[in-house]
Design a protein around this ligand. Structure first.
Ligand SMILES: NC(=O)c1ccc[n+]([C@@H]2O[C@H](COP(=O)([O-])OP(=O)(O)OC[C@H]3O[C@@H](n4cnc5c(N)ncnc54)[C@H](O)[C@@H]3O)[C@@H](O)[C@H]2O)c1
Length: 349
């Protein structure tokens, strides 16, 4: 397939315009239509992209025989309904994160895409970012040793969502990155949180993910914090990495620091921790917009008939973890065991 791919984007609120801008910048694709129920958003998009057709009716996208792909960037409760219609109409489909509001919905979309041999991709944007890819390379090289734990903080004031809590809104990023680094799914989840602004919609949560053989990750998500924080610390048995996504250039620092306890000792006097303090190193990172890589990857996968890195199954894994976090939240942080196998297909009735 070497013709131009015709793409439509549904949802032109905060995030949709970023997708429209990136798809529009790719020479092998044409943003043919954009859809939103809000006329003022459509007027704004028409001003920015005069050649684009605008519509308030999603059915017009589904019925457009010239469209190859539909990108869903609406509120989460609509993802399943719109993506299902898109797949049933034979369109390759990109869905923003989180993929849907339940794993059952995700499984249905994965099955539908496979049945119709269509590309299904989820917008786990950070997997396409240079710092995350660099850290993965360092982790896989064995340079930091075995990951002992990961701690992630994604905090800011707002944007409050009406249909999902802060975990479902912000933590999909942390979860997808942590699964990417760990290369395996967690075996249990705990999550606690509180709703301060909207009743029943938690605006601050703390999730922990437990992995086989002792691996551990903590995710702190908040819409109620004075500072915008985007920080992840990866503690390895040999070295430690601090990833601060708010830093304009020096987003990753690798610290040659570790603590070693003596393997055995007979008297208290013989017991010494050994603290190792070495240099810190800042790797060079090429400046590329992750969304550009992500949108290009979607088009490449359509053309080559390949599975995207963040395909429907990966989207499903993240939603399964979010579901487990919601079950734990309801039980005041009780441990919820989960059995996910990355890359294993869901059993769909
Ligand atoms: N990948 C990322 O880094 C990232 C960042 C922000 C948001 N997102 C995701 O993008 C999606 C949209 O989030 P947002 O913050 O832009 O939301 P938003 O509320 O700002 O925008 C949603 C838009 O969808 C429109 N809409 C609602 N119902 C519709 C319908 N039936 N048909 C057509 N349009 C409809 C609304 O009018 C609005 O303009 C969410 O899934 C969110 O999680 C992803």
């Amino acid at each position: 397939m070497d013709t131009i791919l015709n793409v439509a984007v549904v949802g032109c609120g905060y995030w949709g315009p970023n997708l429209i801008r990136n798809f529009s910048s790719l020479p092998e694709c044409l943003v043919k239509q954009v859809c939103d129920t809000d006329e003022s958003r459509l007027k704004h998009m028409k001003k920015l992209y005069p050649s684009v057709t605008t519509t308030r009716e999603f059915e017009e996208l589904v019925n457009d025989k010239e469209l190859d792909a539909i990108v869903v960037a609406t509120p989460v409760h609509l993802h399943h309904e719109l993506a299902k219609k898109s797949l049933l109409a034979g369109k390759h489909t990109f869905i923003e994160k989180p993929m849907a509001t339940s794993s059952a919905e995700c499984e249905e979309l994965v099955t539908q895409a496979e049945k119709n041999k269509l590309t299904l991709m989820v917008g786990h944007t950070f997997i396409y970012s240079t710092p995350v890819r660099k850290i993965k390379e360092i982790v896989d090289s064995g340079d930091i040793g075995e990951i002992q734990y990961i701690s992630s903080r994604r905090l800011n004031l707002g944007l409050f969502q009406k249909d999902i809590n802060v975990t479902w809104d912000l933590a999909p990023h942390d979860i997808s990155i942590i699964l990417y680094f760990m290369g395996k799914p967690p075996i249990s989840i705990n999550c606690q949180g509180k709703a301060h602004v909207n009743p029943n919609i938690e605006d601050v949560t703390n999730m922990s993910l437990n992995f086989e053989n002792g691996g551990f990750a903590i995710i702190h998500s908040s819409w109620l914090d004075p500072n915008k924080v985007r920080e992840m610390v990866i503690v390895g048995s040999k070295r430690m990495i601090v990833y601060n996504d708010n830093e304009p250039l020096e987003k990753i620092k690798i610290y040659d620091k570790r603590v070693e306890a003596p393997p055995h000792y007979d008297t208290f006097a013989e017991f010494h921790y050994s603290y190792h303090y070495g240099d810190a190193y800042i790797p060079y990172l090429k400046q590329v917009e992750p969304l550009k890589v992500e949108t290009q990857h979607f088009l490449d996968c359509i053309r080559k008939g390949q599975k995207p890195e963040t395909n429907g199954l990966e989207g499903l894994r993240v939603v399964q973890i979010l579901e487990a976090s919601s079950r734990s939240l309801k039980n005041d942080g009780a441990k919820v065991e989960i059995d996910l196998e990355l890359g294993k297909k869901p059993v769909v009735a």
